[in-house]
Design a protein around this ligand. Structure first.
Ligand code: GLP
Length: 247
């Protein structure tokens, strides 16, 4: 039955990051073998800083944690500064005691995207599934790189990026020029995300308000991939006031 998304509106982006980090670090404290799904982008940056600070302050070890990332640009090596592997290593992994061999990001240079994606799904299953998938959302309500129209039961695969996503990711925060942005990515599917035991989506700023309104209040439709999260039994959105403006 749709409409189950729990919404928490916090004072500002910093409060959202602190609250989200609290959820992640508590989960690892209670379950040191936790399997986490992780996003990249601007949204998780502050949360990752808080995860590092809080886990050190509270002595919570990530040594037995396993992670899977949502997506990776196709055609970029993990050494490329704009690859999501590099982002994760720099922003999170190198600051924790996590074992790099327990962190999984698609290989953007895989010769066979099909084999790479099938292996990724098999690894998630072999780890017993994802305990918590931490998510961001695109301005067009995309989840990972599942653009509008992506199937609700989709699995990991190679996808083309929409012009809107290419523009959003070349506004100077990451790439400086749209021509530098790869045209394809490897992404988990919406089915892969919905299989997680728990979902935590963060959104901050007015640019996300329409995507959040469509996801929380709108009809469940593949036109707004975020709305498919209404089908998940344990999904929380943590928002700042600007992102919640349309609710
Ligand atoms: C990107 C990523 C998504 C991310 C979203 C929002 O293109 N593929 O996983 O959640 O778009 O990004 P940001 O947090 O930078 O707004």
């Amino acid at each position: 039955m749709p409409g189950r998304i729990k919404v928490q509106v916090l004072a500002d982006a910093d409060a959202v990051a602190r609250a989200a980090a609290g959820v992640i670090v508590s989960l690892v404290r209670d379950n040191p073998d936790a399997v986490l799904g992780l996003p990249t982008g601007s949204t998780p940056e502050r949360t990752f800083e808080e995860v590092v600070r809080l886990s050190r302050a509270e002595g919570v070890s990530f040594a037995k944690v396993t992670t899977f990332n949502l997506d990776e640009y196709f055609g970029l090596s993990g050494d490329h500064s704009q690859s999501y592997r590099a982002f994760m290593n720099e922003r999170l992994f190198k600051h924790l005691d996590i074992r790099l061999w327990n962190t999984h990001v698609f290989n953007g240079l895989a010769r066979s995207p099909e084999d790479e994606c099938a292996a990724f799904e098999r690894k998630i299953a072999a780890c017993g599934g994802i305990d918590l998938w931490f998510l961001g959302i695109g301005t067009n309500a995309h989840i990972a790189f599942n653009e509008p129209g992506s199937p609700a039961d989709g699995r990991s695969r190679k996808v083309p990026l929409s012009e809107a996503t290419i523009a959003a990711n070349s506004d100077g925060r990451f790439f400086k020029d749209p021509n530098e942005v790869p045209r394809h990515a490897l992404t988990v599917g919406l089915g892969t995300v919905l299989d997680a035991r728990r979902l935590l989506l963060l959104a901050m700023g007015e640019k996300k308000a329409a995507a959040i309104a469509a996801s929380v209040k709108g009809p469940v439709t593949t036109d707004a991939p975020g709305s498919l999260l209404q089908h998940h039994p344990d999904c929380t959105f943590m928002l700042d006031r600007a992102a919640a403006a349309g609710l």
